[in-house]
Design a protein around this ligand. Structure first.
Ligand code: HEM
Length: 463
């Protein structure tokens, strides 16, 4: 298998070069308005624990791995998701399994868990394959005399996959466009919203803008959910075989009540958004990295041809595609779609000699931990083979957390890896990718980590 040094030297993909020293609070506020990773300075990447005293909030960033484990495992049950996150996401996903805390979260997770049996990897493979075949057909008919924007293609295929898994129907282009535009508006609004909240400032119309964007998205799901909800509760509905059906059948562990229509809408919105936006971000970065490293494309193609014997990629093949899996993992290390996780300190405590008062915010950042040179060799370099290196095994176990850690770890991690591998392997097999002679993409971190401008790639037919 290729390594990242097969080219002249290890490829270091773009990231914001950190400031030499900490900027003023005001400058950080302005920079953070669009992207929080642009506010980082050199020591952010190596410090064990950082502290920022904001006007109305104590804010800590933990990189020390034992502190990270303490917060994320939360055996003391004192580090729930932060209330700011709940407030900012509320118009879109309400009080769903992603944002709830405590017993409420435990009960919701119990009710939602069976729905994730519908993400059972073998069972959803045909839905994934259908969406990926449509993607390849779309690319094949596009005008490829010029580079193609990858982001919308990846957003569409990831959305189509999760949509088929929730509703058992294909996502049509008009609904898709409606969702993407509205979600783009939501994302653009949320970063400034988060900065205003952090600095204790009024939200200046945030809620209205967020509610309007969320209403657009809900208007796409609403009619499907309503029709199936009414039919199911009037006893006339045919049982489906998808996530929505499982949510309709779920019962509260104590009261035995089903989810209300509103609660189902919140869970559906959560699963759809958590399930496609993150995967689309990961796929976009993975294709960019491949386009910059042709030797990796050659190595993956050889692996795919060897393992499939030239047959269509099947569920059984994925396990053997170690190079594709490492590429996916390395992409999530360098560009974790969820670049920071936010928790609240609900009982005063001490960490690394710092006193954290009740109400403080504590941030765990996959972006920082996965680029910390105390954890990783050449942390900014693209080196998928590191996942097979025994010397990096400890880092892979403790300092790799694109899906979070502990009880709140991503419920869709296996699903995401499977779709990611299938999409990447299918594209590598069909096309040779090349990065055009234009400036490299710049990552910006809002709700997810995305390139500032759409990534453009040449797609050349292989066969
Ligand atoms: C590359 C793709 C993905 C990434 C990087 C990702 C990342 C994450 C992370 C970091 C968390 C934990 C957040 C925290 O602790 O604050 C999370 C939670 C979650 N993810 Fe994912 N995710 C991905 C794909 C998916 C998919 C495909 C689904 C659904 C099919 C999904 C559904 C969820 C849900 C429901 C939660 C909340 C779990 C809970 O709190 O009980 N995610 N995800």
């Amino acid at each position: 298998m290729a390594d990242a040094s097969d080219g002249e030297r290890p490829f270091t993909p773009p990231y914001p070069i950190p400031h030499r020293s900490k900027a003023s609070l005001f400058k950080r506020f302005l920079t953070g308005w669009n992207s929080w990773i642009h506010t980082l300075f050199e020591r952010s990447y190596t410090m064990q624990m950082g502290e920022i005293r904001l006007p109305r909030l104590d804010f800590f960033i933990a990189n020390d791995l034992s502190v990270v484990e303490r917060v994320m495992d939360d055996r003391e049950k004192v580090f729930p998701k932060h209330r700011f996150q709940h407030e900012l996401l509320d118009p879109l996903i309400g009080n769903s399994v992603f944002s709830a805390n405590g017993q409420d979260w435990e009960e919701q997770r119990e009710m939602v868990n069976p729905a994730f049996a519908h993400t059972n990897l073998k069972r959803v493979f045909p839905a994934m394959q259908g969406a990926v075949d449509d993607l390849l057909a779309t690319i094949a008919t596009m005008d490829r005399s010029k580079p193609i924007a990858v982001d919308p293609l990846m957003t569409h295929v990831a959305a189509d996959i999760i949509y088929r898994t929730i509703f058992s129907v294909k996502l049509d282009q008009a609904s898709a466009d409606r969702i993407y535009h509205a979600f783009h508006r939501y994302q653009k609004n949320i970063q400034p919203g988060a900065m205003l909240k952090l600095y204790g400032l009024p939200l200046f119309g945030y809620r209205g803008r967020a509610a309007r964007a969320a209403a657009e998205i809900h208007a796409v799901f609403g009619p499907i959910v309503k029709a199936r909800y009414d039919a199911w509760h009037s006893g006339g509905g045919e049982a489906g075989n998808d996530i929505l059906q499982s949510l309709l059948e779920a019962r509260h562990p104590a009261s035995g009540d089903p989810f209300s229509y509103q609660a189902i809408m919140e869970q559906v919105s959560t699963i759809f958004l958590a399930g496609h936006e993150t995967a689309a971000s990961a796929m976009t970065w993975a294709l960019y990295l491949l386009a910059e490293c042709p030797h990796w494309q050659d190595a993956l193609l050889a692996e795919i041809d060897r393992e499939t014997g030239g047959q269509p990629i099947a569920f059984e093949h994925l396990r053997a595609l170690g190079g594709v899996r490492n590429l996916f993992r390395e992409t999530l290390r360098l560009y974790p779609p969820v670049s920071f996780l936010v928790r609240e300190v609900t009982a005063s405590t001490t960490m690394r000699d710092k006193l954290l008062h009740k109400g403080a915010m504590i941030v765990i950042s996959p972006w920082l931990i996965q680029r910390n040179r105390n954890n990783w060799k050449c942390p900014h370099a693209f080196a998928p083979e590191r996942f097979d290196d025994p010397e990096e095994a400890e880092a892979c176990r403790r300092a790799y957390m694109p899906f979070g850690k502990g009880p709140r770890i991503c419920i869709g991690a296996g699903f995401a890896q499977q779709e990611g591998m299938l999409i990447l392997a299918s594209i590598v097999r069909a096309f040779r990718l090349r990065y055009p002679d234009i400036p490299r993409p710049e990552p910006v971190s809002r709700l997810t980590l995305r390139p500032k401008r759409a990534v453009q790639l040449w797609f050349e037919d292989r066969r």
